[in-house]
Unconditional design. Structure first.
Length: 425
């Protein structure tokens, strides 16, 4: 395990706006990109996520982003300690993503392990996708890019592609990151389904929540998916692929923040991304009306369809061109005159079903557990918010209970449209 510097390291010190220039001003990888006298750098702390410090540093030559872990969960405070070594794994994940899905993750320029910080590319004029979806902005090739990103990282991080010793060693390395998966295991998979301490939900949603939490078959299914999540090391996941982990312009899409990276099931990232598109979809009636609403919701559904379609297409392409690992070797198929296409189809079907179920779980946790989505959370009229959240919760339940009812992606789109018309509150 590589996390030799623990939180108690005396050398760790959180950065601040007024100390950053003095501390990073003589680091070549930073100074050469920012330019000018560090004393005159413009430094802003912009972290709006749940865990870390994030600074944008600007000088005469350009800007960089500095991200540093805090020894606790920022959104909760020092009462919830969190190991600094998580930043090392985020850095490792960024480096691997850059190889496996080039030009999507931000480029990293500098890594300081004891300080749990790294310096990376400033994405501009990109903004957080969640804000764009709330504002009703479109992004070209959004679904295609996210589907491709998920397929490339899933395939190239697995033993379909990687040499087995390299992949197993990496699983060993990432298994040192024990604190981060524990958050996902409880906040995503368990807390939504009982009255956990940090949970909250819109008061008017309570009848739907109470019924959901009485559904023992649902809870058992979610626990089976958790079991798969904890035990399955198929590939290196982003681990938190929500619309706040995506930055975009009108024409460019980038994926940031793999701080929840771990080895896990191939379907997880795809399911999480689609869940966040679905939540954007269900929340739209609070953000716009009439023709604009209908057109924008239709666009989000196109994004979802494209996400699945491009995942499948890219995965099939990699299956044909990069299947160099120990799994489904050519020696067993093509070299003996057998096609491996059916095996690929069957695997993709399994991934789609699991993705739909993980999608349902993410749809639940974002309105029932600790970390909610602004898409719903910023709806001030709580009665309206609860009505829209109910559609989301019930569709999530359907996806977990019966993912195989969605035989093809058009059926998923029809299901979303049906729940979007339905009022239970
Ligand atoms: C305590 S961390 C809460 C959530 O924020 C992150 O973005 C992850 O989604 C995590 O579950
Ligand atoms: Mg994050």
């Amino acid at each position: 395990m590589d996390n030799d510097q623990h939180d108690e390291s005396p050398r760790y010190e959180a950065l601040a706006v007024d100390t950053l220039a003095a501390r990073l001003g003589d680091v070549h990888e930073v100074a050469s990109r920012v330019g000018g006298d560090p004393a005159s750098w413009e430094i802003r702390e912009v972290g709006d996520g749940n865990l870390n410090l994030v600074f944008i540093v600007t000088g005469t030559a350009g800007s960089v982003v500095v991200k540093q872990a805090l020894p606790y969960v920022r959104m909760v405070g020092e009462s919830w300690p969190l190991p600094l070594y998580r930043a090392h794994f985020e850095y490792y994940a960024l480096v691997r993503q850059a190889k496996r899905a080039p030009n999507i993750a931000p480029e990293v320029f500098y890594f300081d392990k004891p300080q749990a910080l790294f310096v990376m590319e400033y994405l501009y004029p990109h903004t957080i996708l969640r804000r764009k979806l709330i504002k009703g902005e479109r992004v070209a090739r959004l679904g295609e890019t996210i589907g491709q990103f998920c397929a490339r990282t899933a395939f190239r991080g697995s033993e379909l592609s990687l040499p087995s010793p390299e992949k197993k060693q990496d699983v060993g390395l990432f298994s040192g990151n024990v604190a981060i998966p524990a958050i996902t295991e409880s906040l995503v998979f368990t807390d939504p389904y009982y009255g956990a301490e940090m949970n909250h939900h819109t008061p008017e949603l309570s009848p739907v929540v109470d019924e959901l939490r009485r559904n023992a078959r649902l809870k058992a299914k979610v626990q089976r998916l958790l079991m798969k999540f904890t035990a399955n090391t198929e590939t290196m996941l982003h681990g938190d692929l929500h619309s706040g982990s995506i930055m975009a312009t009108d024409t460019d899409v980038r994926v940031i923040d793999p701080e929840f990276s771990q080895y896990g099931p191939m379907a997880f990232d795809l399911g999480m991304a689609v869940a966040n598109f679905l939540m954007a979809y269900f929340s739209q009636p609070a953000h716009r009306q009439g023709d604009e609403l209908a057109a924008y919701q239709a666009w989000i559904l196109e994004v979802i369809e494209a996400c699945f379609t491009s995942f499948d297409a890219e995965f099939r392409h990699l299956w044909q061109t990069e299947r160099t690992g120990i799994l489904f070797p050519r020696a067993l198929f093509e070299d003996q005159g057998n096609s491996a296409d059916d095996a690929c189809d069957a695997l993709l079907e399994e991934i789609r079903l699991d993705a739909l179920a993980y999608c349902g779980i993410e749809m639940h946790r974002r309105v029932l557990s600790l970390a909610h989505n602004a898409d719903f959370e910023e709806i001030e009229d709580t009665a309206l918010r609860a009505r829209l959240e109910a559609r989301n919760v019930l569709m999530g339940q359907a996806l977990i209970m019966e993912p195989d009812a969605v035989r093809e992606i058009p059926a998923l789109i029809e299901l979303a449209q049906a729940y979007n018309r339905q009022d239970v509150l």
